[in-house]
Design a binder for this molecule. Sequence first.
Ligand code: GRF
Length: 216
Amino acid sequence: MLLTGRVSELKKLRLGILGSGKGSNMVAIADAIAAGSVPAEIAIVLADVADAGILTRAKDRGLPARFIAPGKFRTKLDEEAEAAYIAALKEAGVELVVLAGFMRILKGEFLRAFPQRVINIHPSLLPSFTGLEAWKQALDYGVKFTGCTVHFVDQGVDTGPIIAQQTVPVLSRDDADTLHGRIQVAERQLYPLAISALARGLVRVEGRKTVTQSAG
Ligand code: GRF
């Protein structure tokens, strides 16, 4: 059954948000939920950086937020840490894992624990400019438009089925900071919209594609 009613009538999707940085996407999602436009609730916020802004900003909003040490690797979680993240998310009853600037690659066990239930936002129009500092890659390449992409996370890096994209123009006077700033404004609009569509059951995955029905 598709849930397309008013937000107040819908069951709320429980989100687990993972971040490493300042948490502007988490704040945008929390604000959209508070405004009544996303039928979801933030069940827990987790970070792999002890003093990450995302933890402070979550606690300021009264949201449960925890640092979980990532273990011995630089770009991924070690086995013990992966198990701790999975346990914390399961204990919080998380139904959708939302990566918001989480700087570690999640694979294997983690994805099997939340099949097609992990999403990410990437600061480019995928499949262009995967990986780090995608806005710089776009600027250096000379594209006239870039943007941001919300996608399901699969075993690859920035390769999962695309849920939503928003374009951002590259202006001739742009430097990396101005372009990144404009992309982040777009991210803060796009992520809540994509989560809202998922929470309403409007997104269907068909192979490597997704189909989103308009809210009825
Ligand atoms: C975002 O710009 C996103 O593109 C990338 O990490 C950044 C996180 O920023 N994946 P914030 O912590 O949400 O402010």
